[in-house]
Design a protein around this ligand. Structure first.
Ligand SMILES: N=C(N)NCCCC(=O)O
Ligand SMILES: [Zn+2]
Ligand SMILES: [Zn+2]
Length: 325
C-alpha cells in the first residue's frame, strides 16, 4: 500500500494518520520511516530484544515491539516543548538488533558494536529495551563516541549498582557498577532519580555513594517538586555529554505495571515527562528506555507511558541538534 507521510522540514516524517488509519500497517516507532527508507538519519531509534539478564519476571525482550505498537497514537508536534521533533531533523526506526539470548557476554558485545555502527555517522541513538543489562554496552558506545566519560541520569526504582547475582557480573541489576568500574561515566555527574523500595542492606547505599552517585528518591520528587529536582540535575550535569537511561519501573506500577521488578510508591508519568522537559538544552548524546515487559501490562498502560518517554527524549535530541545546526 502507498505510504502517505507527514513530510515537514524536508524530512521523511511519520505516516499521516489523517490519511491512513493509525492502526493500519506494520508498526515502526511513531509510524516513522524505517532507516532503509531514508538516505540517512540524524536520530535513530533501535530496539534491543534481550532479557537474559533479569532477576525476576522475564519478558522485556518483547518491550520494543510493544512500545512501537503503543506509539501509533503519537502526533508530530510536541506542544510541551513547542518542537516538531520529526521536522527539525530526520528521525528513523532502525529496527531491532539481533542479540544472542543464550550468551550474555556475546549479547553485550553485539549491542556495543551495533550501537557504534549506528552512531558512526554522528547520529543520536534512542534505544528501546530489553532489560537494563543493555545500558552497559550502550554507555560504552556513548562514551567512546563522546571521547570522554559521560554524565548519567538514571531514572529507576532500583540502584542497579549491585555487584553480582548468582556469581554473574552482567545482569540487569549491575550495569552501573560495571560502568563506574570501566570509567565510562563521569562520577562527578551521575545520579539516580526515582529510587525507592527495599534494599538488601544499608551497604547498598554506602557502596552507591562511594561510586559517586547522587540520589533523588521518588519521595524527593513528590516532596521537592519537579522544578527543584530539575535544577539539581541540571547543576550536576552542566555541559557534559549526557546519557539518560530510563527503567520504566521508575514509574509507579499504577502507571507502568508491565515490568519485571515492580516497586510501589513510584513517580507518575506526568512527573517523569515534566522532569525530562526540564532537561532541555543539556548535551544529550544518547538515551534508552528499558524494562517494558508486555506480558504484565494492562490496556497498554506501560507501552503508552514508555512511548511518550521516548517521544520527549527524541524531542530533546531533535531540539538540541536543530539548535546546533
Ligand atoms: N529492574 C532492574 N533493572 N533491576 C532490578 C533488580 C532488582 C533485584 O532483583 O534485586
Ligand atoms: Zn528498575
Ligand atoms: Zn533498572
Amino acid at each position: 500500500m502507498e505510504e502517505i507521510r507527514v513530510n515537514e522540514g524536508g524530512h521523511v516524517g511519520p505516516i499521516d494518520s489523517s490519511q491512513i488509519p493509525r492502526y493500519a500497517g506494520a508498526a515502526t516507532y511513531a509510524r516513522l520511516p524505517r532507516l532503509d527508507q531514508v538516505d540517512s538519519a540524524d536520530i535513530k531509534i533501535v530496539g534491543v530484544p534481550f532479557d537474559t539478564g533479569v532477576s525476576y519476571r522475564p519478558g522485556a525482550r518483547f518491550g520494543a515491539t510493544h512500545v512501537r505498537e503503543a506509539s501509533r497514537l503519537l502526533r508530530p508536534y510536541n506542544p510541551a516543548m513547542d518542537v516538531s521533533p520529526f521536522a527539525n531533523v530526520q528521525v528513523a526506526d532502525a529496527g531491532d538488533m539481533a542479540v544472542n539470548p543464550f550468551n550474555i557476554d556475546e549479547a553485550i558485545a553485539t549491542i556495543e558494536r551495533n550501537a557504534l555502527e549506528l552512531t558512526a555517522d554522528g547520529a543520536s541513538l534512542m534505544t528501546i529495551g530489553g532489560d537494563h543489562t543493555i545500558a552497559l554496552p550502550l554507555l560504552r558506545a556513548a562514551s567512546e563516541r563522546a571521547g570522554a566519560p559521560v554524565a548519567l541520569l538514571h531514572f529507576d526504582a532500583h540502584l542497579d549498582t549491585w555487584d553480582s547475582y548468582f556469581g554473574a557480573d552482567y545482569t540487569h541489576g549491575t550495569p552501573f557498577r560495571r560502568a563506574v568500574e570501566e570509567g565510562i561515566v563521569d562520577t562527578d555527574a551521575i545520579s539516580h532519580v526515582g529510587t525507592r523500595g527495599p534494599l538488601y542492606g544499608k551497604k547498598d547505599l554506602d557502596d552507591d555513594e562511594r561510586m559517586g552517585f547522587g540520589i533523588i528518591t521518588s519521595a524527593d520528587v513528590f516532596r521537592r517538586g519537579v522544578d527543584d529536582v530539575v535544577a539539581t540535575l541540571r547543576e550536576r550535569v552542566g555541559d557534559r555529554p549526557l546519557y539518560i537511561s530510563v527503567d520504566i519501573d521508575v514509574l509507579d506500577p499504577a502507571h507502568a505495571p508491565g515490568t519485571g521488578t515492580p516497586e510501589a510508591g513510584g513517580m507518575t508519568s506526568r512527573e517523569m515527562l515534566e522532569i525530562l522537559r526540564g532537561l532541555r538544552g543539556l548535551n544529550l548524546v544518547g538515551a534508552d528506555v528499558v524494562e517494558v515487559a508486555p506480558a504484565y501490562d494492562h490496556a497498554e498502560l506501560t507501552g503508552v507511558a514508555a512511548s511518550h518517554v521516548c517521544y520527549d527524549l527524541i524531542t530533546l535530541m531533535s531540539d538540541l541538534r536543530a539548535s546546533k545546526a
